[in-house]
Ligand binder design. Sequence first.
Ligand SMILES: [Fe+2]
Ligand SMILES: [Fe+2]
Length: 311
Amino acid sequence: MNISHNYDYRTTHRQALQVNWQVEDIIGGEKTLDFRKPFLPEVWVNANGLEFLSDKERLTVNHIRSNSYLYLFGFVEEYIVPFVTDHTRDRIHKAAPEELRALFHFAEEEVKHIELFQRFCEEFRAGFGSTCDVLGSPEVVAAAILSKSPLGVALSILHIEWMTLLHYVSSVRDNVDIDPQFSSLLRNHWLEEAQHAKLDTLIVESIASTMSEQEIHQGVDDYLAIGGMLDGGLAQQMEMDLVSFTRATGRTLSAPEAERYRAVQQQAYRQTFLTSGMRYERFQNILTAVSPEGAKKVAEVANMLVPDSVC
Ligand SMILES: [Fe+2]
Ligand SMILES: [Fe+2]
């Protein structure tokens, strides 16, 4: 196995210390959400695909999706923190000090991100005007994910952290007119995730380096199983969004409209949280170095979830 990178723990930790923003620098006080604007870039929401809705209703869809984005990111961070702390504990008497410092800082930053997403959710609740339902029991989902092999979990985390880059890039591309506070969230989250993606690469390398070919195949299957669990969660969240939409707008969609809503939003959710990461070049390159067959399999599953021609 030969993953091509030039990352090391000392440099990555130093880069992390240079970013190091605080939650109150990003949200709170004067820094509030402007509900006249969309929050998430349209490319991840595809509200325009719901052609039967008015502009105002599409904006509501954007806000509902943005709230679930915040919530779902907080949700996945719930399993990243215990994974990183467990991995760090395993390394405690083996690793050099710079590795341990980088890993402890990584876990601490993810706890800060949970707080950041929670603060945005509070701002959202204060300004949206009606309740938006979200998935429950993040600790149960975290336990199910963490029951998978360390390689499978590490690959899923690598996928998630690279994905935040794509979410940020789309918020600045083509001068998208989204709320500046939400845009700042996407940017600042990525600024720290950039270091996490490097550390994930080093973690994947360290875990996979001692594994047999068969164990690696199992790890890739576990990564896909975690993706399957997340996909199930996204489908449930989409149904909740539909209820939240009616509650917020007073409009009940007709059966064909609801069917169209489900088709468009399932694809949009999958692109936001699954296929964008599965297909991302840097993720695919690392996966190919670990397991060329695994990388091919992941690309095939991505194609089944959302056909390549769509994105
Ligand atoms: Fe994070
Ligand atoms: Fe992260």
